[in-house]
Design a protein around this ligand. Structure first.
Ligand code: ADP
Ligand code: MG
Length: 228
């Protein structure tokens, strides 16, 4: 029951980049420009988390914290269809703020917690330089809480993050900088950057990880979610 498991992104190449997938007992962060696939990956994970996997993983339910109002059941149906799963069952196994039932309270059934995105409210609620220390303190508390949940209940935590729009970074040749500073950098176990390239392709790159090489892979977003 307490064995670490890994959840498929939907793309074989992306899974390989992550040495199998999104890991339990850890926080995995993706960040990238708007449209780079963060929310599509979140939706795909909602489905793959429900499927049996390696090392005796039997699948489980998902908690989706939707701070940007981009949670879409029609996307989940279409991804469930790709994986030959019953669409209604897939939806019933996902707790979004809008679809909470008492069944969801059952302990131990949740395998994945998604926060899409971790930072949106913080950036609005704590605006400007003066508020920065306070914001970082609260963000740190939230991340510590997520870390504890991931370890105590053996679940995978998946968070999405935004990037800076700082032109100075562009000039230094590195436009993809996550926001959230040191607090997020230290709290996330694995950090992945997503970016769009030509002809609808996307690139996932390991940005910071204790155990993964800094490789990158190509993936796509399809009607069936993330794919090769
Ligand atoms: P963000 O990183 O901002 O969360 P999203 O994950 O919402 O970005 O990605 C949105 C992009 O995903 C769209 O611009 C489109 O290219 C792609 N996408 C969304 N739905 C589909 C679909 N049904 N089929 C193919 N691609 C899709
Ligand atoms: Mg999004």
């Amino acid at each position: 029951r307490n064995q670490i498991f890994k959840l498929s992104t939907g793309s074989k190449a992306f899974d390989k980049l992550l040495d199998g997938g999104i890991e339990s007992m850890a926080i995995t962060e993706v960040f990238g420009e708007s449209g780079s696939g963060k929310t599509q990956l979140s939706h795909t994970l909602c489905v793959t988390a429900q499927m049996p996997g390696p090392n005796g993983y039997i699948g489980g339910k998902v908690i989706f914290i939707d701070t940007e109002h981009t949670f879409r059941t029609d996307r989940l149906r279409s991804i469930a269809y790709r994986f030959n799963l019953d669409e209604n069952t897939v939806l019933e196994n996902i707790l979004c703020a809008r679809a909470y039932t008492s069944e969801h309270q059952e302990a131990g059934v949740f395998k994945l917690l998604i926060v899409d995105s971790i930072i949106a409210h913080f950036r609005v609620d704590y605006y400007g330089r003066k508020e920065m220390a306070h914001r970082q303190h609260r963000l740190g508390q939230l991340m510590a809480c997520l870390q504890k949940i991931s370890e105590e209940y053996n679940i995978a935590i998946f968070i999405t993050n935004q990037i800076t729009s700082n032109l100075n970074n562009l000039e230094q040749g590195d436009p993809q900088q996550p926001v959230g500073g040191n607090i997020l950098a230290h709290a996330s176990t694995t950090r992945i950057s997503l970016r769009k390239v030509l002809n609808g392709k996307r690139i996932a790159k390991v940005y910071d990880s204790p155990n993964l090489a800094a490789n990158e892979v190509e993936f796509t977003v399809t009607s069936g979610g993330i794919d090769d």
